[in-house]
Design a binder for this molecule. Sequence first.
Ligand code: HEM
Length: 236
Amino acid sequence: MSAVFDSISRFYSSSIGKKILVALTGAALALFVLGHMIGNLLVFAGPDAINEYGHMLQTALHGGGVWIARIGLLAAVAVHVVATVSLTKANKAARPDAYGQHKAQVSGRSSRIMIWSGLTVLAFIIFHLLHFTIRAGNDFNGAAYKTELHGETVHNVFKMVIDGFSSTPASIFYLIAMALLCSHLSHGFSSLFQTLGISTDKTEPLFKKAGYAFAGLIFAGNAAIVLSIWLFGYGR
Ligand code: HEM
């Protein structure tokens, strides 16, 4: 057992070990974001479709499924953030020149952007959980947000999303957060293939384009939901 812990701790103490963890947890989170967006698009299929989907997620494995997903997501976010902070600290420590001053590096700007866009995404997730999952400071847990589906009383996710994006400040905040999330995703997407050693000089531009395409898709899907409700009154 201690041999297993030893090798895990040796893997984590190495810089490449941490980079691989950042890449793999980033890939898992990006897949979640894609799946979540596809699920959210069910809002365009009408109240029953998205309410049924929400109810299915809440009741999968007798209610245990959602907790397994929550714990997995929380662990992935924690590892992603802690390993990134530790890599950034190690990079800074290794950087001072002979006079103890920090030299600007080519990669400096994009990784600084990654830290700020990443922290904004983290702030967005906390706001989003308070908004739609815990539903604090609003009435989304109230009786007006219950509906009947196949003879069962379920949470009215459709009405919650429509009412959520009928607010201008919330819609603008979501759009800004989506733009930063997509900047983070597009850079992370190509870095992932570099870290895993799959990217070569020849394929790098291709992975960059694929990163922009992936991020653009996530932005377009999520922004379509916000804009069609906020600006075009969908569902009201
Ligand atoms: C316009 C875009 C989005 C919409 C309409 C949306 C909608 C929702 C809704 C309705 C819920 C609550 C489901 C329920 O009733 O239990 C939820 C939960 C959640 N969303 Fe989003 N979401 C959006 C974007 C995002 C993004 C970009 C992320 C990640 C970066 C994200 C991460 C989460 C997480 C982690 C949960 C909590 C799941 C749980 O523990 O129950 N969402 N979202």
